[in-house]
Ligand binder design. Structure first.
Ligand SMILES: [Zn+2]
Length: 281
């Protein structure tokens, strides 16, 4: 990133003014792609603080997102562990069932991308259902909050649903350890926002799309619509008070930015968007 930024001003001094205009941020494309990286099926959802009689929803989508920016590409979220796709069917992982029909690596050629060609990779957090492609994103710089990294690579990992075997490939990956907000491409359009509580260094992604408008990919800040409308904190959560503070701060940001908030695991919202397109500009 630093190399690219340093190169840009030099370039601009020698190219025509027409090209300078063409490179202006307002006109340069920013694209968000959305992929199906698995499904989690629950029998009961009470562990999320949502009663089984409050909603019929039992399936969660596990999405992966690709952001393409003129200065580089970012993978946000890594889906279910690769072993699930390899199984080719529902896999029992009590108390849930897991399924993934196609790996992210197999889906990426549809947008002309390769799994080992990302400039950056970031996950909302290191739960096993968000980091499945970890071992395949060779060469990408990992953007992770220091607190999440410390918890994920501690000598003895104590955060529930962190599975070091799934994300071991990231241990020695190039990385930028973050302590707060991070502007990924330097123009404010793709920003990682700290959102701790669900895990020590949970984070969300702000993407300022030209047509769709600003979107916050909210990680596991919420799992269900009821979680958001009624501030429900799941049992699987390291700090409830911090989570509630974070929810308030992110909701204020959503208001200030006039943004949409996408609950990443919201299957119905995902399918509704997919029915239009998996490409958002
Ligand atoms: Zn989670």
């Amino acid at each position: 990133m630093k190399t690219k930024l340093r190169r840009l001003p030099l370039l601009l001094t020698v190219v025509s003014s027409a090209l300078v205009v063409a490179c202006a941020p307002a006109e340069s494309p920013l694209t968000l792609y959305e992929f199906d990286c698995g499904v989690i099926r629950f029998e009961s959802i009470t562990m999320f603080g949502v009663g089984d009689d409050e909603t019929d929803v039992r399936d969660m989508i596990v999405p992966c997102y690709v952001v393409e920016h003129p200065a580089g590409s970012l993978l946000w979220e890594g889906g279910l562990p690769l072993a699930i796709a390899e199984a080719g069917d529902w896999v029992e992982s009590p108390p849930v069932l897991l399924r993934q029909d196609q790996t992210l690596a197999d889906q990426l050629p549809s947008i002309g991308h390769a799994i080992d060609a990302f400039d950056y990779v970031a996950f909302s957090h290191m739960h096993f259902d968000h980091v499945g492609a970890s071992s395949e994103v060779q060469g990408a710089t990992l953007l992770i909050q220091q607190a999440e990294f410390d918890a994920a690579f501690a000598d003895s990992v104590t955060v529930p649903f962190f599975d070091p075997a799934v994300y071991e490939g990231l241990r020695n990956a190039p990385r930028e350890l973050l302590d707060g907000e991070h502007d990924v491409f330097g123009d404010g359009r793709v920003r990682i926002i700290p959102a701790p509580g669900h895990t020590p260094g949970h984070q969300v992604l702000f993407v300022d799309l030209a047509e769709e408008g600003p979107v916050v990919l909210a990680g596991d800040l919420y799992h269900f619509r009821e979680s958001r409308s009624d501030t429900r904190v799941p049992e699987i959560n390291v700090d409830s008070a911090l989570t509630i503070m974070t929810m308030g701060r992110i909701e204020q940001m959503v208001i200030d930015e006039g943004a949409q908030l996408w609950i990443e695991h919201d299957m119905a919202a995902y399918l509704e968007r997919q029915s239009r397109s998996n490409v958002h500009r």
